[in-house]
Design a protein around this ligand. Structure first.
Ligand SMILES: [Zn+2]
Length: 83
């Protein structure tokens, strides 16, 4: 478990993933989660699994995730975690 100096630990991020996907987090906290996901392959893998699960259940609608989140996800999928 690594904890960024200015951010969230893995436990924090994993607990916030659902809210993150539902865009239920305040912008500042969402940014911290996004920053952590970009730097932590383990949490990113959990996010990818969560997205796959939601998509498989047919619950992932366009209106659930706001455009900025989708754009960030696409960018992350394109580049992968910066490990
Ligand atoms: Zn992590």
């Amino acid at each position: 478990m690594e904890r960024a100096a200015d951010g969230l630990g893995c436990d924090d991020v994993l607990g916030l993933l659902t809210d993150y996907l539902e865009a239920a987090l305040p912008a500042g906290r969402r940014r911290l989660v996004a920053d952590h996901l970009g730097a932590c392959p383990a949490c990113w893998e959990r996010l990818a699994q969560l997205i796959a699960t939601i998509a498989a259940l047919g619950c992932l609608r366009d209106d659930v995730m706001p455009a900025p989140v989708l754009a960030a996800l696409r960018a992350s999928f394109r580049t992968g975690p910066s490990s």
